[in-house]
Write a protein that binds this ligand. Structure first.
Ligand SMILES: Cc1cc2nc3c(=O)[nH]c(=O)nc-3n(C[C@H](O)[C@H](O)[C@H](O)COP(=O)(O)OP(=O)(O)OC[C@H]3O[C@@H](n4cnc5c(N)ncnc54)[C@H](O)[C@@H]3O)c2cc1C
Length: 489
């Protein structure tokens, strides 16, 4: 990748430090290596990939050559602003400018982010779906069996680990960020070993890419959103890391903005499990609908996550489980299921979805369910307007609903999924302090940052922010490293 001939000499120089091996960290590291800067990547987990490796719906980009239409114009920017809601619209003019600049950078850089993955890294992202809150199909995934998160992470990681300038240290938990005067100069981390108090120091510019805190149920979630305590989550259980950056002066924002995803699978084998598999939004994007116990729909399934979650919690009855759960049925026809064949195969294999017929659903036989599905099929075929205002129907193909019409179903419930809040940063991925000043030597990207998504992140925009701001951080850290750290002969 780097093409330099003296890697061992280079590795002796102070490396750039990337904390976190999810997509934001890998994107930053790839750029550092591209600029011939040696990288040490630290991750507290035994295996790399973070929550990024689980991503199942895809990455946004607009306009791209993979989209079915090219009528995007500025719609992606507008959708993101609308989705960001009050935290954006009610902020001071300086703060509003910062947030709008972040959204402009995210959306305008989205085609190049997708092409960096497809063209420079040979990752297939040729299938495009429309997710909730989007006015156009723009969420890219591969046509094959591998989910997008796994495809992207394994490819980038493979490429990095083949480069002699790159070193990954797993089970290395960063416990302190080091700051001297106005500059971050490195980190301290702990590894499993004989002395639990021993730490290792590493000097160099730091890119922080440590993800969000949805999996920190008893710590940061309890502190910022005690009302969400008890909800199951899709995230790995781990502490949030923003406090490490606050200790060196970073400001945080929107910490109470937590995304609850409307559809986490309820596993019939372990219905009350606190960590749940995500029922990817693409399942609804490709045509899936949500049904209450009485067989009726209750919302436009492609409303944004907040809208669908609120409607679900209001319409469905709560279950008597130790975790706070509601339960509705996710239903796909064969058209939607075929478009997501690889996902379906996995979910059916896991016992999270099953193949059945419309007639076998509902306590009253086909009656209500058949009627509900027929009304939806009519709207999908353009024969009527959808009762909930849904305009996109993905690959739904069932037209004439009979009791033996084949469908795929699974039970789903809302789950904490993503934390919009995090450290304050700007469009150059620089971390800002309370007065808006830049903390030198430190960059952040991905879910650890805050403010970009406001009150609601659009599906597919998190992988995108990881690539866009991760790459910006990598480029900036490389320039800083070349200027301020030991240059190698
Ligand atoms: C099931 C699921 C499906 C999703 N699907 C999509 C999707 O289809 N599209 C989309 O855009 N988004 C999706 N998301 C959201 C998206 O995957 C994440 O928001 C994004 O990947 C976060 O990437 P990241 O690099 O910021 O953090 P992560 O990928 O979470 O990586 C952070 C890493 O930092 C490490 N770390 C944390 N603290 C420390 C520390 N103190 N020291 C050392 N290491 C540390 C962690 O171990 C972890 O490996 C999904 C999320 C989940 C959970």
């Amino acid at each position: 990748m780097s093409g330099l001939s003296t890697p061992s000499a280079l590795l002796q120089a102070s490396p750039a430090i990337v904390v976190g091996s999810g997509l934001a960290g890998l994107s930053a590291a790839s750029q550092l290596i591209f600029h011939h800067v040696p990288v040490v990547m630290l991750d507290r987990a035994p295996k790399p990939g973070g929550n990024s490796i689980k991503a199942s719906s895809g990455i946004n980009g607009a306009p791209t050559r993979f989209q079915p239409c090219d009528t995007e114009d500025t719609a992606f920017y507008t959708d993101t602003v609308v989705s960001a809601g009050r935290p954006l619209s009610s902020s001071t003019s300086t703060e509003r400018l910062r947030r709008e600049q972040l959204i402009a950078t995210l959306t305008q850089s989205s085609p190049s982010a997708v092409y960096w993955l497809t063209d420079d890294n040979a990752i297939d992202l040729s299938k495009v779906a429309q997710l909730g809150g989007h006015s156009h199909p723009r969420t890219h995934r591969g046509a094959g069996k591998k989910p997008p998160g796994s495809a992207i992470i394994t490819t980038l990681l493979d490429s990095l680990t083949r480069d002699p300038l790159f070193e990954l240290r797993t089970q290395a938990k960063v416990t302190k960020v080091l700051r001297e005067a106005d500059e971050v100069t490195g980190v301290e981390y702990k590894s499993p070993g004989t002395d639990p108090n021993a730490t290792t120091r590493l000097s160099g510019p730091v890119v922080f890419a440590t993800g969000g805190f949805a999996g920190d149920a008893q710590g940061m979630m309890m502190r910022y959103r005690p009302d969400l305590a008890g909800l199951p989550s899709t995230n790995d259980a781990r502490e949030g890391s923003q406090p490490l950056l606050e200790q060196v002066g970073a400001a945080v924002v929107d910490m109470d903005q937590v995304q609850v995803h409307p559809t986490g699978f309820v596993d019939p084998a372990d219905p009350a499990a606190p960590v749940k598999f995500l029922a990817a939004e693409a399942l609804r994007g490709e045509g899936g609908i949500l049904l209450l116990e009485d067989g009726k729909r209750f919302a436009n399934e492609l409303g944004n996550r907040e809208q669908v979650t609120n409607a679900l919690m209001k319409a469905a009855s709560r279950l008597e489980t130790p975790t706070r759960q509601w339960e509705v049925t996710l239903l796909l026809d064969e058209g939607a299921a075929t478009a997501l064949a690889a996902h379906l195969e996995f979910y059916v294999w896991k016992g999270l979805m099953r193949k059945t017929t419309v007639g076998e659903l509902g306590k009253t036989g086909c009656q209500t369910v058949c009627q509900t599905v027929q009304e939806y099929a009519d709207a999908a075929a353009g024969r009527t307007e959808d009762a909930f205002g849904r305009k996109a129907f993905g690959n739904w193909s069932l037209g004439d609903v009979q009791s033996d019409s084949v469908v795929y179903v699974g039970k789903v419930t809302p789950v904490t999924h993503f934390t919009m809040g995090g450290v304050v940063f700007n469009e150059y991925s620089q971390v800002l302090d309370q007065s808006g000043g830049v903390i030198r030597g430190l960059w952040a990207a991905g879910e650890v940052t805050g403010g970009l998504h406001g009150q609601n992140r659009l599906g597919g925009s998190s992988l995108l922010e990881c690539v866009v701001f991760g790459r910006i951080a990598g480029n900036a850290a490389a320039a800083f490293h070349q200027k301020h750290y030991k240059t190698v002969p």
